[in-house]
Design a protein around this ligand. Sequence first.
Ligand code: ATP
Length: 433
Amino acid sequence: MKKIKIELEDFLKTILPDQKLFKFLSLAQDVSKKRGEFLYFAGGVVRDYLLKKLYKKKIPKTKDLDLVLQGELRSFLKELFEKVKGEILFESQFLTYKVKVNLNGKEFLIDFITARKEVYEDIAKLPKVFTSHFKDDILRRDFTINALIIGLSPPYEGILIDLVKGEEDLKKGLIRPLNLNSFVDDPTRIFRGIRYKVRFGFNFSEDFFLALKRCFEKSALKKLSGTRLANELKLYLTKEPEKNLKDLLMTTYELNIFEEAELKIDKKNFNSLIRLLKELKGEITEKEKEKFFLFGLVNPHFLESLYRLGFLDPEVKELIRYKGFIKETLPNWEKISLWEKIKIFEKIPLTYLLTLGVYFPKIKKEVVKFFKEYRKIKPELTGEELIKLGVKEGKEIGALLDLIRKEKVEGKVKSKEEEKNLVNQFLLKKSKN
Ligand code: ATP
């Protein structure tokens, strides 16, 4: 076990997002000292702190504070809340607690984790967890670079503990699983490993490939549930910088992970998908974006593969139906007027339409324009104003509003005045007939 003395204050200054948390941590330290239970930081914060020291890398102040206690966390928290205003928001089956604390009027969310051992009874299924020693807690982790801890209380206060040569791997820039069965136990670690490799510009160690081989031999990726698989892919989108997405997808593809997970993916889609995601920034909700991302990844010839990602029958059938719809119109696409295209697009829900923009490069440009521009073009005149101008209530209003939109899209009508002129012309023509 390698032990290295570190400057605790420097560590805390580097990782804590707010000054107020200093006082909180010092109270947590007091409680753990009094109870004789070992409190430490683990995972991402320790890794990122060392990365900063080693490579002078700029690291963001952490949002996830993962504090681990070798001890009885529930009563620890009870004691802590006698000194700090706080409450448990959520307790998971994995002996973890999401805690909200109020420090001088400001609220913070902190994850408290019990030092635990994990036992995997079934391939790719969630483990059974047991309260345990900090050494077991280190050894249950995914990669050596994530298995370093920094103690906040005796017997290792201000000490970096390295049981797995994690510091060496950080220096060498290597992603190494803790054992060769790691990906059989939990194949989601493969996706995590790919994220770290791309994020830090690291390489996979030889052990990574050996563990991957074993995972393939045991068909562990096939046994991973659709929800967990989809979640890991969504993290490419939500947790990593946008500029890394292509690299993340290509690395996953080249390692044969999609195929092993029984997902039919078309790498030809990647560029269009990424470009569309970029174009649509701020225009769609996070939920819609995630759905579009998964839809867009899949090979259009095998849309059934979306069942593998946990999508339900009506959603998949709907996509298949809309795909057929566009495919039918495609041979005549150049001949169809812009307005007709817009009328087709309007019949398709947005997430589905964007996906079709990925599947059919021919319509992509127009889909983007529709999304960013055309669908937002609305008449300035309201229904009531139309009635005042002399339009009959009922169907005629709808038809006229549609006509105004069409003329606006085609650039023939630009102002409210021109909209009124168009209505008056319409009424005049009608009165003559
Ligand atoms: P980041 O948030 O920067 O991606 P992190 O290390 O904080 O990195 P989390 O997902 O918050 O990532 O996980 C915290 C720690 O929990 C990890 O550093 C790792 O030690 C451990 N961990 C998370 N998921 C797994 C897993 N599937 N298998 C083993 N250990 C894991």
